[in-house]
Design a protein around this ligand. Structure first.
Ligand SMILES: Cc1cc2nc3c(=O)[nH]c(=O)nc-3n(C[C@H](O)[C@H](O)[C@H](O)COP(=O)(O)OP(=O)(O)OC[C@H]3O[C@@H](n4cnc5c(N)ncnc54)[C@H](O)[C@@H]3O)c2cc1C
Length: 533
């Protein structure tokens, strides 16, 4: 398996549950590619209803399944859709669309839409523009997408799969008959290489998929689409709010974990996939769209941007938004000249489990494995039983906010994180991340780099962007992973560089000087700025 995004980890879990022995290699950290940059919604996708109803249907069905197997990881996101006098589609037509969507909504345990008067909408969400005519509610679900990848990888590992992060497939190998028979894999932390032999290789490289296929001299085309979100320092509204871009595109701002996110853009992208950044005009485009629905949006501080590239299936002549969100499984033995190599590409986070089931069915058929898929009914790690957060807090002497955050990421297994006299000190104050969780991630979940902490435990995602907690966190990881002082400082520098990459594009005016000083004080104090990569 090449790629530890949601499609790679989902397929690894499916295959491992059927008893297939697998090795997954991920060149960075689990979920760090497109999956991390997604809106994290396991929704049906109202906007696909017209052109791609199958995508909406499958996403709703799978959202229902994901909620069953990982109830701790999902959260409800009620949406408000304001209708303005100048909107090209009036309330009656909007409501017809929502009535259609209501038919799919029970599949994902959602509530049907409601039509609200202007007064009702403003009472619910005072931040809304008073220019609205009326508004509609609709019900969606969110998830911590990176944690979902970790949960899938843990489940796969518990069934014998081997998971290697920061391990890049640099060559695909062939046997004497020309069949793809494994990969040469480089450990990007240690710098050494190993050969992984396999009967079948699955390319789950997301937008990097064509590059991975190229390692076997195979070609397939995607229509990669860059998407940018702005992440506000805190929540700017209680509900998610629809907005319309200047070009008429649907966008929204939505509460996500302790922040609000706003986005997203969707633009053809032909640049280097490993050097994606957010541009000034993208920030302006998102803010302008949001301002129409939430006039005072610019008064809220944007903490950073997140950017990623959708592995959208290739299509010619359509605007980015109109492209299908369907997925494809490619057997490069039949469709190309690389038997033994398969690719899964495209699709949605919301339908990842179904996609994994589909590709695993086909791989199992080739391997002669007849065990059926059980991923829709087997809980993901932590989803086995409900957690009593208050009892957890009492038993281990931690605050309720910390217990809630632990329970969100680890479900009923939060107890394992705190067992054995684990350290209850708070490492990150923006979110109550406990030292115990950081140690657990390094000891039991394969965390290898400080710069991966924002994905793994959300440390470094808050207002200080890691400046206040990086030093302490590096000490904890140094203790767990045996780093010397120089390595720990390098790790802090890498985290500082990664956070700055996401922060710099959203700064303007005096914020630039303020953040430069802030960063110099905190990271400079431990000598991390001198060794910035
Ligand atoms: C802005 C945006 C918003 C989105 N919002 C939603 C949403 O709300 N809901 C939804 O359902 N979907 C959403 N999507 C789509 C969804 O995020 C993607 O469909 C999904 O995450 C793709 O997962 P993946 O595993 O295929 O790719 P990735 O997550 O990119 O995983 C591929 C992995 O392969 C690794 N890799 C690449 N080359 C190699 C190599 N040579 N060796 C080892 N590893 C390698 C990469 O490091 C990467 O981690 C959104 C996408 C974007 C961009």
């Amino acid at each position: 398996m090449i790629g530890g995004g949601i499609n790679g980890t989902g397929a690894a879990r499916d295959l491992a549950l059927r008893g297939v022995s697998c090795v997954l290699v991920e060149k960075k950290d689990l979920g760090s590619g497109t999956t991390w940059s997604s809106s994290g919604m396991i929704h049906g996708g109202l906007r696909y209803l017209q052109k791609d109803p199958e995508v909406t249907y499958h996403s709703c069905v799978d959202s229902g399944a994901i909620q069953r197997i990982a109830p701790h990881l999902v959260f409800r996101i009620p949406f408000l859709m304001p209708v303005f006098p100048e909107d090209p589609i009036g309330p009656e037509i909007v409501e017809i669309g929502l009535e259609m969507y209501d038919r799919f909504v029970p599949l994902k345990n959602g509530r049907p839409h409601t039509r609200l008067t202007k007064a009702q909408a403003l009472q619910l969400e005072p931040a809304l523009s008073p220019r609205l005519d009326c508004a509609f509610t609709l019900d969606e679900w969110g998830i911590d997408a990176a944690r979902l990848c970790v949960a899938n990888a843990l489940a796969a590992a518990e069934r014998g799969a081997q998971i290697f992060t920061h391990s890049e497939a640099v060559e695909l190998l062939r046997d004497g008959a020309g069949r793809v028979s494994g990969a040469r894999v480089r450990d990007r932390v240690r710098g050494d290489e190993t050969i992984v032999e396999a009967q079948l290789v699955l390319n789950a490289g997301g937008p990097w998929g064509p590059e991975v296929a190229e390692l076997a001299r195979e070609k397939f085309k995607l229509r990669p689409g860059k998407g940018v979100h702005l992440v506000f320092e805190r929540r700017v509204s209680n509900l998610a709010i629809y907005a319309r871009g200047v070009d008429g595109r649907d966008m929204f701002t939505f509460p996500h974990e302790q922040n609000s996110m706003a986005g997203t853009t969707d633009d053809d992208y032909y640049g280097d996939l490993d050097k994606i950044g957010t541009e000034e005009d993208e920030v302006a485009y998102v803010l302008e769209a949001m301002e129409r629905s939430i006039p005072r949006i610019r008064e809220h501080r944007v903490a950073h941007a997140i950017q990623g590239v959708r592995p959208t299936l290739y299509g010619f002549g359509a605007y980015e938004d109109e492209l299908s969100r369907d997925y494809r499984v490619i057997d490069h033995g039949k469709e190309g000249a690389a038997p033994g190599l398969w690719t899964i590409t495209g699709g949605k986070l919301a339908a990842y489990r179904l996609m994994a089931e589909d590709v695993a069915n086909r791989l199992c058929a080739e391997l002669g494995v007849t065990t059926p898929c059980s991923t829709a009914t087997t809980p993901l790690p932590g989803g086995e039983a409900p957690l009593d957060h208050a009892a957890l807090a009492r038993r281990f002497g931690v605050g309720i906010p910390a217990a809630l955050r632990l329970g969100f990421r680890h479900g009923v297994r939060a107890e394992h994180v705190l067992e054995g006299g684990a350290e209850k000190r708070t490492v990150c104050a923006c979110e109550p991340v406990l030292e115990a969780e950081l140690r657990h991630a390094a000891k039991h979940e394969g965390l290898r780099k400080l710069a991966d902490c924002p994905l793994r435990v959300r440390l470094g995602n808050g207002a200080c962007q890691g400046a206040s907690c990086a030093g302490f966190a590096a000490q904890v990881l140094a203790d767990e992973l045996g780093w010397d002082g120089a390595r720990a400082v390098r790790e802090v520098a890498e985290l500082a560089a990664a956070r700055w990459h996401d922060v710099a594009p959203v700064l303007s005016g005096q914020q630039v000087a303020q953040m430069e000083v802030h960063r110099a004080v905190f990271f400079g104090m431990i000598g991390a700025l001198e060794v910035l990569p």
